[in-house]
Each structure stands twice: as C-alpha cells, then as structure tokens.
Write a protein that binds this ligand. Sequence first.
Ligand code: SF4
Length: 387
Amino acid sequence: MLFDCSLQLNRRSFLLSAASAGATGSLSLLALPLEAMPVMETSQAQEEAQFTVEARFYEKLANRKIRCKLCPRECNVGDRERGYCGVRENRGGTYYTLVHSRVCALNIDPVEKKPLFHYLPGTSAFSVATVGCNVNCKFCQNWDISQSRPEQVPARYLPPKRAAEMALQNHCPTIAFTYSEPVVFIEYVMDTSDAAHEAGIRTIVVSNGYIQEKPLREAYGKMDAVKIDLKAFTESYYQKVVTGDLKPVLDTLVTLRKMGKWTEIVYLVAPTLNDGDAEFRGAAKWVKENLGEEVPLHFTQFHPDYLLKNLPITPIATLERARAIATAEGLHYVYIGNVPGHPAENTYCPKCGKLLVQRLGFEIRQMSIQHGKCGFCGHAIPGVWSA
Ligand code: SF4
C-alpha cells in the first residue's frame, strides 16, 4: 500500500509488488484490474519515447543549457543532464519530462486517505503516481518511488484518456495525483486533468506545494481540490529535514486561497523536530491570518521510516497538544490523523458543537451535514459535501 505523504499504514506490499515485477514488468499487487491497461509490444527505445514529452515550464539558455521554471530550485541543466528531481532531462537544449503517462503506482483509495475530510466524503479517488520528487524528506514513506529515477521502477503506460476511462469504470468521482510529488509530473497532471474533466471526473492533487506561481496557477488551477503538506513552520526544518524552503510553500497556500481552490493542510508532527508549542501556535496563527479560520488543518502522527528510523512514533498527547493550541488560536476544523478511532478524526459544528461527521480511519460512520449545513443548527460547514 502506498501513502499520501503523511499517512502511514503498511507500505511494504508495494515494494514487494515492484520487486516481484522485475525491471520492466507490470505491478502485480495493485488493487485495480491492471490487465485492462494497455501493454505495449514495443522496443525499449519506443517505450522510452512514449513517456518523453517536452516540458512546459522552462527557458532556454546559451550553449544548449536550460533553466527549469517549475519549482523554486530553478535548476540550470546542461545538455544530456537532468534536474534535481531526476525525471526531467535536457536533450540538445530542449527540456523533457521522462514520466508523462509513466505510472508506477495506481490504487483506488478513500478520499479520506489523501487526507481530504471536507471534499466528497465517503467517495473513492483513482490515485496515480510516477516516480520523482523535488525535495528529499528524511521521513518519506514513499521514498522508493519519490527518490528513484524513471529507469529504476517498473511502470505502465497509462495515457490521460485511459486514466479517465479507468476512473469511470471503477466508479471514482475523482482522480488523485499523489504518493510521490505531482509537481515533477505536472504535464501528466495537466493533461489527465483535462481528460478527466471531459469525462465528468474531478481531480485532486496531493502536493508539497513547492512550486513556482505560474505552474501553480496553470496546473493546480485545473484541480478541484488540493492537499498541501505544511511540513513544519521553520525554515531550519525545511532545510535540514525536507531539503527545501518554507517560504515558497506559504506563498503557494496564499495563492491557492486567492484562486479559491478547496485546500486542506497536513502537518506531520515529528517528535523533537517540529513539535514545539511555539511552532504549532505560529503555524495556526499564520493559517488563520492568511487563509482563514475555516481551512482544515490535520496534525498527523509520524512513524519512523527512511532516514528517520531513530525517532519514536508521535505520542498521541503531542498531537492533542497541537490540536488544542490550533483550536485556541481560532481554527475551526483541526484534526488528528493516523490515529484511527481518535475523536479528533471527527468533524464537529463550530457553532453548536454537535458531532457532524464521525470517522473511523478512512471510513465514514455517520454524516449529519445536510446541503452543506450543520444538521442541528444550520451553520454553514465549508467544503464540497456532495457531487
Ligand atoms: S522541477 Fe525538477 S528540474 Fe525543475 S527546478 Fe524543480 S527539481 Fe529542478
């Protein structure tokens, strides 16, 4: 099973499936009827060509060099070289993505797993990923695909229209771009979103928000809902643990707000690294002042993985402290994640206090929101509650 960045369950099944599939084979343990996906009888060169599409956000420089304008890294890439994310290559002064339609992970997930709690609750998201990421989080649960190069992970050719057809066939009202980092496969995100919308399917992106404003507006502007990881509230954490910067992520959140995109935020709480009161308070205050009190904020439990196996699981008391601080700062919808059965998985009416959505893990147990309003007092509850 794969994880939506800050969610963790049993990730080893994916590794086993990938390993058993061999270097160029299919993924064998995924939840979908993969035999329905096209298997191309092609040479390796033809296979590579079908995944290789000119990149959308870059500028040409002298001497066949390019500057990538997709994420804040702005990689300067020489001929026959790749950018930091490893999935974009300069060939003779033209920049290419190597992962268009190159799907290495495919699942049908509850939308609550993304996690989106205020967007079509109880529905399924047709979830896809390619390899690659533009940061290197030391706690990444999907490091085997996020930190890999395209040639290192088995994948299938899943063009945008076929992805939309499969979502329809599997009764998924949404396609989610997730697991690795959709910023680095943005061309596929955009084309698949167009195909999905033509087929009446909505689209979701689960992202680190580490993206420049132009591609953000053009690509995420096509999305119907967005989940952004706010991984901490200090630049030092972003530099040491994420290998990125906080400021561009905050800018992304503000831009999404201006664009009117439904957005939820996840803060993965790593013991001793980003779990201080001041940091929780600072993040909550910033969210309230810049995005408003109604943006859902999920504090999720860390489990040791990848390069942070030395840390313990986040104590539930720490998550409860984070939630208490954010609630005291005035946020209305503060959740605790990765702790199935915790009462803070539920949605409560901020006006009358009644339980509105009861969850158990990714499952909806009870729903008392009617036409976007509290079923008890009529207070408007932000989100998209029905298709
Ligand atoms: S998307 Fe990749 S190539 Fe482009 S700037 Fe970011 S890390 Fe570099």
